[in-house]
Ligand binder design. Structure first.
Ligand code: SF4
Length: 411
């Protein structure tokens, strides 16, 4: 254990051993005769911590609270995933970090947690701003009994993971249902759309990692959270090359920027296996000429279909939103409605627009007007019932003997 340690580091570990695993920095310094200069002492402590040989144990609450406790024992960590809809990468990296130090790690989903927990450290990750208040309240309550860290885009756009954690392979064991690898190859964006936090949070577009940093070799699919990888042409080529070489399916699930599509990158995109589909976004009606041009380039490269996020009710009227959806449909593309204001779900028109466009069976088989009429006069419900019956029969087919349905015959 002590190989490669300095004399000072060995003494620190020895004192900790004598003190049954825990002591404060003040006691350590006294035991080491007070003649150590502060800087080298703390450098030694930090170096031991980096090697995972000690860790800082901060006591919370009460007049005795001290931030200078050093511990040999392994800690227990609780990760609280307040509201993620996909596996939370930051928590998976924190889990990898703590497990590598020998700590025990548990995951809790949701914000219903007892206000007193038996853990040394708690991390809370909150993605959506509408959960921020509840997350802050929970953090405050828990901080009376343990060390608490609160982060995530819902509460804070500035807090990031330290570099030594950010570049760790995520601990996929934390989310056993996750059968794909997930991560960022780039952060930031070249644009600053008014409704988007990316530029404020992550800055100008820049590469951060290649796929090997977070790709678990057991997975055949990558979900990439890059916000605008086409803005970095060389980096895009490199990442696309890695995906192709490893024969992986890919989903750039934040959407690609169609305004940056050209013959060259369209050809590369056409050579990749997208799962479930290639995604773009059409947020502003004024971009129509660029969207039409981009779709032409895609088609010329052999990409016949893609899905488009359509941001509705952000500086646009209902008619303009519907126009974008119908235009995409006419061009053979799929539209997916994103409501800027979630309250609009209560609005019948937007609710219908969302249901119409986000369900393939409606979008491809009828117009929005037909869908609304069907909803009004009940035929939509009847059709849904028929469909349900057909599915039921498919699942549990009636007994058949020599091609004759015998379920109604009395024996
Ligand atoms: S292009 Fe996309 S990622 Fe970039 S600022 Fe606009 S919405 Fe955000």
């Amino acid at each position: 254990m002590s190989r490669g340690l300095s004399a000072m580091q060995r003494s620190i570990l020895q004192i900790l051993d004598e003190k049954h695993g825990m002591t404060s920095t003040k006691t350590l310094k006294t035991a080491m005769h007070n003649d150590i200069c502060d800087q080298s002492f703390y450098r030694s402590l930090n170096s031991l911590e980096k090697r995972g040989l000690i860790w800082w144990h901060r006591e919370h609450g009460g007049p005795q609270s001290s931030s200078g406790l050093v511990c040999l024992k392994h800690g227990s960590v609780l990760l609280i995933d307040a509201d993620s809809t996909i596996p939370n990468i930051a928590l998976m990296k924190l889990s990898a970090y703590h497990k590598a130090r020998g700590d025990t790690v548990d995951l809790h989903r949701g914000l219903k947690v007892p206000t007193k927990v038996d853990y040394d450290i708690v991390y809370i990750s909150c993605i959506y701003t509408h959960h921020a208040r509840a997350a802050r309240r929970l953090a405050k309550l828990l901080s009376t009994s343990c060390e608490v860290h609160l982060g995530g885009s819902g509460v804070d756009l500035k807090t990031t993971l330290p570099d030594e954690i950010e570049h760790l392979m995520p601990d996929y064991v934390l989310y056993p249902e996750c059968n794909y690898s997930i991560g960022y190859t780039m952060r930031g964006c070249i644009r600053s759309c008014d409704f988007c936090q990316v530029r404020g949070k992550e800055g100008y577009a820049h590469p951060v990692a290649d796929i090997y940093e977070f790709w678990d070799r057991r997975h055949k699919k990558l979900v990439l959270l890059d916000n605008n990888i086409l803005a970095l042409p060389d980096w895009f080529k490199k990442i696309a090359g890695q995906i192709k070489k490893e024969n992986l399916r890919v989903d750039w699930n934040q959407g690609l920027d169609l305004r940056l599509v050209n013959e060259e990158n369209a050809k590369i995109l056409a050579g990749l296996h997208f799962s479930p589909y290639m995604r773009f976004a059409w947020d502003d009606i004024k971009s129509e000429p660029m969207i039409r041009r981009g779709i032409e380039i895609l088609k010329a490269a052999g990409i016949k279909q893609a899905m488009f996020y359509v941001l509705c009710d952000f500086n646009s009227t209902f008619e303009e939103d519907l126009y974008r959806i119908n235009t995409l449909k006419d061009l053979g593309m799929k539209a997916f409605v994103m409501l800027y204001n979630k309250e609009l779900l209560k609005d019948k028109r937007y609710n219908s627009l969302m249901n119409f466009s986000n369900a393939r069976m409606h979008f491809y088989t009828q117009t929005f007007e037909e869908y609304c009429t069907g909803r009004e006069d009940g035929t939509y419900k009847l059709k849904a019932q028929e469909r349900k019956q057909r599915l039921e029969i498919k699942k549990n087919p009636p007994p058949v003997l020599h091609g004759i349905d015998i379920s109604s015959i009395e024996f």
